[in-house]
Every structure is written in C-alpha cells, then in structure tokens.
Design a binder for this molecule. Structure first.
Ligand SMILES: C[S@@+](CC[C@H](N)C(=O)[O-])C[C@H]1O[C@@H](n2cnc3c(N)ncnc32)[C@H](O)[C@@H]1O
Length: 339
C-alpha cells in the first residue's frame, strides 16, 4: 500500500511535547503569570490552534491575493489605530487557525507573502522606521523582521547581522526571496557576534533592533531530543547575560537620540523585564519610552500580560488570539553622552 508523505504542518502536529521543558515552564510561569499560564500552556501545547498571519510583500503586491484573503474572512491588523503604522505594511489575520501554504523559493521570483506570528510586528512598528534612516537588525535570521521593516519604509542603510552561519544562509535566502535587487544593494549582511557590533560601528545607527536569542517557548516545548532540551534548560540562566551584552553593544552602535527596541519570544521575566531593568539601572543616557498606547490600540487583536513597565509589553497567547509570546521594550539614547 502506498503511504502519503506527511506535510510540514502534519509533522508538526505529530510532534511530541517535551515533558522536561513543560515541567520546567510550568513551575516558572505559573509563579510569574498566575492563572493566565493555564490558558497560555493549553495554546502552546496545541499547535492545531496556532494562528499564522499573512504579511503581504509590497515588492510583489497581488490584488488577487488580498481579495482572496478577504473572501476567506481575513481582516487587516492594526486598522489605522496605531500612532505609527505605515499604509505600505499590510498584514492579514484570520480569527481561526487557518494557515496559508508557504510559497516555494524560486530564484528570480519574489514571494508575495510571509507567514508569521502577528505579534512579531510589534517590535518592528515600535522602531518607527522612516525613509532614509540607518537601521541595524542585530540578530536577524531568518529575516522575518528585516522583511517587515522594509514593508514600512525605505531605509538609507539596513544592516542585518546574524552570528550563526547556517542561519545566515537562511537570512540571505529570505532577503533574496522578498526584496528586489536595487533595494538589496542598501542592505549589508554580516556574520559578527552581535556583542562586537558596538565597537565595530559606534554611534552609526538611527535605529537598532535586538530581537534576541531567548528561550523561544513555543519551539522548546516541541524539542524532539529530550537530552538536548535538558541541556538547554541547564544553560537557560546564561541567556540574560548574553542578552544584556547584546544590548550593551547595540547601545554603543546607536547614535545619540536614536531608538532601540528589544524583543524576545519568551514569557520569562528574567529574559524580559529583568534584562531591561538592568540596562536602565546601569545607563544614565538610556531612557524608557512609554509604549502603553501601543497595547491599548491593539488590544482587539492581542492579549497582554502586565509587565510592571511603561516601556515593556508582553503579548500572551489567548483563545482566538493565539499570538505571542512576544516581549517588546522600547528605549531611547539621550543626546548627552555621559554614562
Ligand atoms: C529570535 S532569533 C531572531 C529572529 C529574527 N529577528 C526574525 O525576525 O526572523 C535570534 C537570532 O539571534 C542569533 N544569535 C545568537 N547569538 C547571537 C550573537 N551573539 N550575535 C548575533 N546573533 C546571535 C541566533 O542565531 C538567532 O538567529
């Protein structure tokens, strides 16, 4: 008898929850998030209810695709309510866990859309990129946020950095698949350890995004190798050190008056609020920027957990809004240079 090969999403559904990770998260997050954790856990361990947003590629816009999404019941995210939301960035969401098929990469053909966790757009929008600005995406692979940044504005210079060489290849392929050649010319791709970027390019950028390596809660819960998962958990307490070092480097690379956005896809307070508190406590020239307005204006589409910070938001997965986890913090470097 012929057996049909499983599709990528069927393989994901068939994946086992990693019990070591679940137990570890259960202990930490029930303490940090209280009752909200029960709903979050149920969503995180049920990939069949995960949602996928569709970010249209303005460089290969398809009217037919947009019409089709509307007919399928998709609606646009951030319907004109955010203080900064360029019309050129179009993202569609479905209330149900519908998943558009991924497009194949074909050399010479730009893709029409990118599938993503809609909460990933919050750090991008928080950066308020304007035409002509110099922007650094310090931890850029596989490139989702770089692509989203380019839907918002035409930077004068975009520097995408990624330390892992395999993931760097993936990043290059993403850029090649979505961005036309003339624009690729203003993008520099590098393979530095992000901790060295500040010394390499001091005060060079108007905007810096640090989408940091983190516990990546969704992914870790489905580790198929439980030994590797146990090792990751044992190393987990080192992540805040790396995250702070990346932020220190990003601060060096940022020009006075520039904006810095930090994001992670974990719920962990140690990797989110505590990292940002440490930075704010150790730099007198780094100011928190209030982003509560952002949470207020998109509460229809996202559920937020309190962070105790005006400059930090935490999107938590909820029923019918299975987006996140995504932590976003917004900081500004003051014009004075004393630290
Ligand atoms: C959360 S992912 C970035 C996702 C990406 N911004 C996107 O939206 O597609 C974090 C990335 O940081 C990279 N990374 C880890 N350590 C790094 C370092 N020291 N310097 C730069 N990148 C690093 C990881 O390999 C990983 O690709």
């Amino acid at each position: 008898m012929l057996t049909r090969l499983k599709t990528k999403s069927e393989r994901k559904l068939a994946k086992q929850i990693c019990k070591v990770v679940l137990d570890h998260f259960e202990k930490q997050y029930s303490k940090e998030l209280g009752d909200a954790w029960n709903t979050i856990r149920d969503i995180l361990i049920t990939p069949s209810c995960w949602q996928y947003a569709v970010l249209l590629n303005r460089f290969n816009y398809s009217f037919e695709l947009e019409k089709d999404l509307r007919l399928k019941g998709y609606h646009t995210l951030f319907q004109g309510s955010l203080p900064y939301c360029p019309k050129s960035m179009k993202c569609y969401l479905s209330k149900t866990p519908d998943r558009m098929p991924s497009e194949r990469h074909q050399i010479g053909n730009l893709k029409k859309y990118y599938l993503l966790n809609a909460a990933s757009l919050l750090p991008v929008l928080a950066l308020e990129l304007r035409d002509g600005e110099k922007v650094l995406d310090l931890c850029a692979a596989p490139g989702g946020k770089s692509i989203a940044l380019l839907q918002c504005a035409y930077p004068g210079y975009l520097h995408c950095n990624e330390h892992d060489s395999l993931r760097l290849r993936w990043l290059r392929q993403t850029l090649e698949s979505f961005i036309p050649q003339p624009l690729v010319n203003v993008i520099k791709v590098s393979e530095l350890d992000g901790r060295e970027m500040g010394d390499a390019q001091p005060e060079m950028f108007d905007k810096v995004l640090v989408d940091a390596p983190c516990s990546n809660d969704r992914n870790w819960l489905f580790s198929s190798d439980s030994q590797k998962a146990a090792w990751r958990i044992s190393q987990r307490s080192n992540l805040p050190v790396l995250q702070i070092e990346l932020l220190r480097s990003a601060i060096k690379a940022l020009r006075p008056g520039g904006l810095l956005v930090y994001s992670t896809c974990t719920l962990s307070k140690a990797e989110n609020q505590d990292v940002i508190s440490e930075i704010l406590n150790s730099y007198s020239n780094i100011m928190p920027v209030d982003i509560k307005e952002m949470a207020r204006t998109c509460s229809q589409d996202f559920t937020f957990a309190p962070t105790g910070q005006e400059c930090g938001l935490l999107v938590i997965p909820d029923k019918g809004k299975a987006w996140g986890p995504m932590y976003v913090a917004k900081l500004k470097k003051s014009w004075t240079t004393n630290w």
